[in-house]
Design a protein around this ligand. Sequence first.
Ligand code: PLP
Length: 388
Amino acid sequence: LDREEPNYFGAGPALLPTSVLQQAAYDLINYNDENLGIGEISHRSKPAIQVIDDTKANLKSLLNIPDTHEVFFMQGGGTTGFSSIVYNLFANYAKKTNGKKGKAAYAVTGSWSKKSAEEAQRLGFDVDIVVNTKDKKFAEIPPYSEWKPIDAESTAYLYVCDNETVHGNEYKDTPAPDYLPEGVELVADMSSNILSKKIDVSKYGLIMAGAQKNIGLAGLTIYIIKKSLLEQPSDEELNKYGIPLPPIAFHYPTVVSNNSAYNTIPIFTCHILKLVTQRLLDNGGLEKQEEINKKKAQVLYEALAKYPNFYRLPVTSESARSNMNVVFTLPSDELEAKFIKEASENKLTGLKGHRSVGGMRASIYNAVTLNSVELLVDFVKEFADKNA
Ligand code: PLP
């Protein structure tokens, strides 16, 4: 099983290392020489539990996850996370406050955080939008001094999207360091940049990440949660407080106490995650990966910035530009179509921007090599030289 190395910049589902897919393809048919594939065995069998445990151990090692935090997996993706976070964290808040409903602060810096805030509201919870850059077309992440102050007395958590996949902005350091009041939990969606850089997990109450962009296949979501946030009132108590019960398949304490296999975990997807994390560890961990990712982003942004009248970078704040999703536009729809067509003829694919914003987007996740990015850089320059 082989393929020519793709130069693929799609945003998600996204590229995976060929070596991982080759191993996974074999294991899909015959895992551990047992004459059964990894997706065919019971999710409660020993080999399946081993896959879950190994994946957790790899994540703990890569992200240096402290004992205060737990890792678990659930079916679904980012959108499932939007809903499950709300139910579970408000239930935890009720536990901490003897039945208070409270509210959540949301930082809207792109379409994914916007959708998540809307879901929390749709489910009937109080949401305070502390910053919203929609009017500025999500071109920056404003300084925290410009964010609305958080009411520590009544706020359960602050929600951020660490990397906005569609609009191409990213928090480069732990979000809201001095802004966040003590006792208010930091919740981050890292669906499109988890394992792209080192982070300080101890600063987060909860990290949620769909696997299908930077690190795996669709179907599985990673959660890293502060153990104290797993405490929830009983169903009877929640009913008494008038706070909705988290659906059982997405009830974090139940999922954790069943080692992520309360119901059927997509074990093949988890196995891919195990192989991807193992490869990251073997290749020098996140320090090394972060260095490569920064280099890739740097060469691409530099190439685009050389032609300011031709390529436009909608994220105007340089410090907020994503190292994962590089968005840019050209002077006309015709030139954009020509760019996509000629790039594809040069075997550079997946460059079309999200349908909601148009333009171009080069997603340069972990599996995209520096070599692929350099080929794109050469094309970016050539195209501008010919067409500007
Ligand atoms: N959050 C982010 C940052 C995303 O990029 C996406 C998907 O593109 C989602 C959430 C939604 O994920 P899903 O399609 O798995 O529900």
